[in-house]
Design a protein around this ligand. Structure first.
Ligand code: ADP
Ligand code: MG
Length: 256
């Protein structure tokens, strides 16, 4: 069975794309058949996977509005090895066009239904909002992975996201659940981060992944080369943390 997970957090700059790209590459390296869906018009997951968003003739936009078939859009990330459905600014238009279409929140689900049998994992990199695009992601998924920085305001944003997941679960997608919270850009020297991290563990228990992604400059440098961090410098602390996270996820899905 394939596992379809959204990487979501309505805040920007919290590590969603870095997590999506590196997790996809790490899962692929572990022998898992993996598809990454770029659902953000910024196209950062596309660029970070070594696919030039400026040259796309077929993208997730075309899939969502029904202009293209999957085979026309799907490409392989050259440095990452996983498959990707790439995106660029065109996708911002889908947000508006979808409003007038039938089953507007189920469009991605219908697209993925045709290919999930090909994969062990499908990861969806969501935009930083609780928009119709994110709703498409949540309706298509079995679970949500929430990357978060251990900062004071992180907890505040979390309750909005948890409530949205509950609403989608109740009304649109009974399969949806929170798979776990992933602490990212973690710096153990900062006392506040340790405190928030401990708070997360006591509130959310085993919903908090034990893998922790450190703040690591190699992960931040990799996208400018169009290479996932785990392929760019596979012995960096950041890469090792994403490899550990991939292994943890592979174990965790066995218990779902
Ligand atoms: P989002 O997709 O949530 O907007 P990104 O993954 O694009 O967030 O990350 C925001 C910025 O932080 C990017 O410049 C990225 O390179 C950097 N970044 C993400 N994770 C790390 C990390 N663990 N260590 C250092 N920099 C990171
Ligand atoms: Mg992003």
């Amino acid at each position: 069975m394939s596992h379809i997970f959204c990487v979501a957090n309505q805040k920007g700059g919290v590590g969603k794309t870095t997590t999506s790209v590196n997790l996809a590459a790490a899962l692929h390296q572990s022998g898992q058949r993996t598809l990454l869906v770029d659902l953000d018009p910024q196209g950062n997951a596309t660029m970070g996977s070594g696919v030039d968003k400026r040259k796309l003739e077929h993208s997730v936009y075309h899939l969502l509005v029904g202009l293209d078939k999957l085979e026309a859009v799907r490409v392989v990330s050259p440095p990452g090895g996983y498959d990707i459905l790439p995106a660029n600014r065109d996708l911002a238009g889908a947000e508006i066009e979808l409003v007038n279409l039938e089953r507007r929140e189920k469009r991605l689900r219908e697209v993925l239904d045709k290919c999930t049998a090909d994969y062990d994992f499908v990861l969806i990199d969501c935009p930083p909002s609780l928009s119709l695009l994110t709703l498409n992601g949540l309706c298509a998924a079995h679970g949500v992975i929430i990357p978060m920085q251990c900062e004071y305001y992180a907890l505040e944003g979390l309750s909005d996201l948890v409530n949205s997941v509950k609403k989608v679960h109740a009304n649109l997608n009974h399969d949806l659940k929170i798979i776990g919270l992933l602490r990212v850009m973690f710096d153990p020297r900062i006392t506040l981060q340790q405190q928030v991290s401990a708070q997360l563990e006591s509130h959310f228990g085993d919903k908090v992944f034990w893998a922790i992604i450190p703040r690591n400059v190699r992960l931040a440098e990799a996208p400018s080369h169009g290479i996932p961090g785990v392929a760019f410098d596979k012995s960096s602390r950041g890469a090792l943390a994403y490899f550990a996270f991939a292994e943890e996820l592979i174990e965790r899905v066995k218990t779902l």
